[in-house]
Design a protein around this ligand. Structure first.
Ligand code: KG4
Ligand code: ZN
Length: 339
């Protein structure tokens, strides 16, 4: 089965064709990073308009690169939740139009479950069950993943997502967007213990996250307790702040993920989402995981950030599980039920 996947939940317009949930025939991504960079964050209205312009050419590119005309596509999978509602609507509406025009089956895909499936694409040998940590600009969630289409939510962020905290800290420091790669670059080779920031654990048993404290901690450090007295920072000090901040976020993510593994007696940890690109997170999760008997699975960068191969791949399993949608499929910006 050739599945066409379409992804427009945030600031990447992406389309891919994946055969039998495994073989990636094409994986086209058009990023809007340059469009949003001057604002230091994604501007929803701009994102939505850019998706409208890009979605048709990106889908055509994916079909062409795969050498698969629409007539040889067996199903259409589209991200329908969560994300920016205007952005999601572009993909969902286009996918529904294609399904109506061609009579092909349609399936809506949860973007976060897609990020988990990206780990399967990179590691076909990864066996279920495993614990999944999805860390991106919009989400920070832990799941007990039992099969491709069954993920039990164990915890999620109560305020900012981890990637959002990276983006906001980079904005405070004026070092660029997206913040994650900028912070990681600045922190390279610095001693993370030189400036320590808050690690919010929310109690010894909690699997939820909170990153607004560490972000505010950085803000106070840079602009004083009232946030109104900015200090001139040397390049070295900016680098030390980045290293201290990154370490605090990484420590919380690794601690909670390993807690979840211990709680469920699972020895495999899959990590996805843009923040999974972070080298310090990879290093620390692997080291602390090994000490706890847990193997960690981090996909290569192009499978961590938003892409449509993960949507097409998971769409295949959803269709096989009889979970096709009809033309009432709608865009849902947030998950209504946390658990
Ligand atoms: O998964 P993604 O492409 O989009 C969302 O679904 O949000 O993730 C983007 C997020 C951004 O917040 C970005 O700053 C973060 O992932 N990110 C990183 C790194 N690369 C991207 N965070 C930390 N370290 C990185 N190397
Ligand atoms: Zn994402």
């Amino acid at each position: 089965m050739n599945i066409l996947g379409i992804e427009t939940s945030c600031d990447e317009t992406a389309a891919a064709v994946v055969r039998d949930g495994r073989e990636i025939l094409s994986n086209a991504v058009q990023s809007q990073i340059d469009l949003h960079a001057i604002y230091g964050g994604v501007v929803p209205e701009l994102a939505c308009r850019a998706h409208i312009e890009a979605v048709v050419p990106v889908v055509e590119k994916a079909l062409e690169e795969a050498g698969t005309p629409l007539s040889r596509v067996d199903g259409i999978a589209v991200t329908c939740m969560p994300g920016l509602v205007g952005a999601l609507l572009v993909g969902v509406t286009y996918a529904k139009s294609l399904a109506l025009a061609t009579g092909k089956p349609l399936v809506g895909v949860d973007h976060i479950h897609g990020h988990i499936y990206a780990v399967n694409l990179a590691f076909p040998e990864l066996e279920y069950p495993f614990i999944s940590l999805v860390v991106s600009g919009g989400h920070t969630s832990l799941y007990h993943s039992r099969r491709e289409v069954e993920h039990e939510l164990l915890g999620s962020t109560t305020d900012d997502a981890a990637g959002e905290a990276f983006d906001k800290v980079a904005k405070i420091l004026g070092i660029g967007f997206p913040g994650g790669p900028a912070v990681e670059r600045a922190a390279r080779g610095r001693d993370p213990a030189r400036i320590e920031f808050a690690r919010t654990m929310l109690g010894p048993g909690s699997l939820d996250f909170s990153f607004s404290g560490v972000k505010t901690d950085v803000l106070y450090h840079v602009r004083g307790q009232d946030g109104k007295h900015p200090r001139a920072l040397s390049t070295g000090e900016v680098a030390d702040i980045c290293a201290g901040f990154q370490e605090a976020v990484v420590d919380v993510l690794v601690e909670k993920a390993l807690r979840a593994c211990a709680r469920r007696g699972v020895r495999r940890l899959a990590v996805g989402g843009g923040v999974a690109c972070n080298g310090r997170l990879r290093e620390k999760a692997a080291a602390r995981g090994a000490a706890a008997g847990v193997t960690t699975y981090f996909p290569p960068g192009r499978f961590c950030t938003d892409n449509a191969a993960m949507i097409a791949g998971l769409g295949y399993h959803l269709l096989r599980a009889g979970r096709a949608d009809d033309l009432t499929l709608d865009a849902v910006p947030t998950k209504l039920h946390r658990r």
